[in-house]
Design a protein around this ligand. Structure first.
Ligand code: CP
Length: 312
């Protein structure tokens, strides 16, 4: 039986990006997530502090992990949750995003979770609504709850987020996961490396204080964390990509290449993974090295913490 816990306050009304959070905010979210992770192991996983409150999930892009974990998180906290069916909505009749936001706002939701292909769409929506808004991944900008659950997973294994070498590898150009992880891990005192083939060089590279590598083995040498990224095919317009097999040979992480990282290095991937393209299938499933499933599990606890704090 878990004891009650005080829900902390953070400096932000919304969760739009890690760049807006203080170190104290991040620590408060991660500490509360520990409580929910323990609660999630009990037979009765419910902690109904949001009874009578309404959360709307507004996902304009496909999702499995983020959408389902937000829904589970909301339900375990006792909230009513609505997953808006975008295909069946009036957006398909030409209603604009801002009119949709006003329409939803008129029904008095208590929190909106949004995923969208456009950068800054969560911020735009937040200006039109009175309730808190959580960015569940927008464009190539940020995916803050992914970085929080990644940090939670790292902390679980390494007991610190300071002085780690974290190699983020692959499609850096299109990755909101990489950007949110960069902001979080550098704020907490770790060293981030961007490791990418030249055709995936981020256009905004000058914004980030990182070491860069174009060779995977050099980029993961001595790393504590090797975070592989999905190739974001849906955002790639004009880049001539190598075949999946050629990409795997040059940029896919294998158990053999991983030997260049620290012997206790964690292998991470936000999912969904392209097996034997970004990562060797057997390595992705090797629970002694890969924490990919733990990342998914921790997503529920971290999102419970975010909902509880923002709806306090
Ligand atoms: N990592 C992540 O955002 O996965 P989904 O697209 O399945 O939500």
């Amino acid at each position: 039986m878990t004891q009650d816990i005080e829900i902390p306050k953070i400096s932000q009304k919304h969760l739009l990006g890690i760049k807006y959070l203080s170190i104290d905010d991040i620590n408060k979210i991660l500490e509360l997530a520990i409580f929910f992770k323990i609660k999630n192991k009990e037979k009765n996983k419910n902690y109904p502090i949001l009874t009578g409150r309404t959360i709307i999930n507004l996902f304009f892009e496909p999702s499995t992990r983020t959408l389902i974990s937000f829904e589970i998180a909301a339900k375990r906290l006792g909230a009513d949750v609505i997953n808006m069916n975008i295909e069946g909505s009036s957006l398909r009749k030409g209603e604009t995003l801002s009119d949709t936001a006003h329409t939803i706002g008129a029904m008095s939701p208590d929190l909106i979770v949004i995923r969208h292909s456009e950068d800054n769409s969560a911020e735009e929506i937040s200006k039109l609504l009175e309730c808190p808004v959580i960015n569940a991944g927008e464009g190539i900008n940020e995916h803050p709850t992914q970085a929080l659950l990644d940090a939670f997973t790292i902390l679980d294994h390494k007991k610190t987020l300071k002085d780690l070498i974290v190699s983020i590898c692959g499609d850096l150009e299109h990755s909101r996961v990489a950007r949110s992880n960069y902001y979080l891990l550098t704020k907490m005192g770790s060293k981030v490396r961007f490791v990418y083939p030249k055709y995936f060089e981020p256009k905004d590279l000058q914004k980030y204080k990182v070491e860069t590598f174009n060779n995977l083995i050099e980029g993961i040498m001595g790393s504590d964390i090797v975070m592989m990224l999905r190739i974001q095919n849906e955002r790639i317009m004009d880049t001539e990509l190598p075949s999946a097999n050629d990409y795997f040979l040059e940029y896919g992480l294998t158990a053999e290449k991983l030997e260049n990282a620290k012997s206790n290095a964690l292998v991470m991937h936000p999912g969904p993974i392209n097996r034997d393209v970004e990562i060797e299938s057997s390595l992705a499933d090797d629970v002694n090295k890969s924490v990919i499933n733990e990342q998914v599990e921790n997503g529920v606890a971290v999102r419970m913490a975010c909902l509880a704090i923002l709806m306090k």
